[in-house]
Design a protein around this ligand. Sequence first.
Ligand code: NAD
Ligand code: UDP
Length: 312
Amino acid sequence: MHILVAGGAGFIGSHLCERLLKMRHRVICVDNLKTGRAANLETAKKSPLFRFLKHDIRRPFTLRADYIFHLASYASPRHYQKWSVETLMTNALGSYHLLEIARHCRAKYLFASTSEVYGDPLHHPQKESDWGNVNPVGGRACYDEAKRFAEALTMEYVRKHGLNARIIRIFNTYGPRLQPDDGRVVSNFINQALRGSCLTVYGSGRQTRSFCYVDDLVEGMTRAAFYPRTCGQVINLGNPKEFTILQAAVLVGKLVDKPLRTKHLPLPADDPQRRRPDISKARKLLGWSPEVSLRDGLRRTIAWYRVDGRGK
Ligand code: NAD
Ligand code: UDP
């Protein structure tokens, strides 16, 4: 198959490209390299089946593809708030351009959405049927609402044009190549612990997240793409084991083997208090559940940060 991966030079996208190449697909990665890095593609570039196109999907383009994975979007609060209008337009105009390519080529389509569509969730854990509790004009709306718009657009192409598309809602994912400067909790804590500085805990640290290792996520994503009975479906992908931010800090401290020192900073506005996926749909449809524990995943991520990620 000819597969277009938009956002393929990013953290998750680069792991996905490698997995698709292992499956012997031809992969064309389209990325503007704004938060993605050419270095993330070093392994993929060794394959004769791989091509890279530097392009911003907010501008129209044409390519032939049998399958499109749409992962292009700034994803960390630091990045999407800095480039808020770009984030909105990438998910709006960029999604439209990719959906039009899919429609013309009769390609299949997967949209990488986010647990952020649930906002500060009213139900716990979050099920795909939840509608979400999102502040439409708050500081995170440029991401949450952009993803909600892109989900709606994708479903209209399914209904109006019979497009074979599915949506995955990704919960906090981490692993090697998670950008060291993106301000997310895992990258911040590892950088800070390796430097021996205080881990910055926002608010009380009692807010929760559920952290999924990238290999598990990519396995779920490829199953969602290629398994039957996924057309028109919305599927949560994440690790259902929930941790408080303080627990995550303690674990990182232990794994780096430095005395744990924390400093509390104000909680950012609209920061969701609890987040844990209900993955019964993924289990049933895809036979998928994550296998890597937070301890093992962090160990592998820290090893990468010690060698490749530090100081970048
Ligand atoms: P990332 O920033 O590492 O990757 C995103 C990639 O998209 C980057 O390579 C960036 O350069 C590219 N990009 C952004 N805007 C573009 C544009 N207009 N044109 C072309 N390329 C563009 O982030 P990531 O963590 O790998 O996230 C990948 C996808 O998964 C995103 O859509 C994100 O919303 C989603 N997601 C990630 C997480 C997570 O925890 N990492 C959680 C939920 C959803
Ligand atoms: N967080 C923190 N310290 C940091 C970075 C983040 O305590 O240095 C908190 C943040 O307030 C949030 C959680 O960790 O409650 C996850 O934040 P992240 O930015 O990684 O992802 P998201 O908020 O998008 O889930």
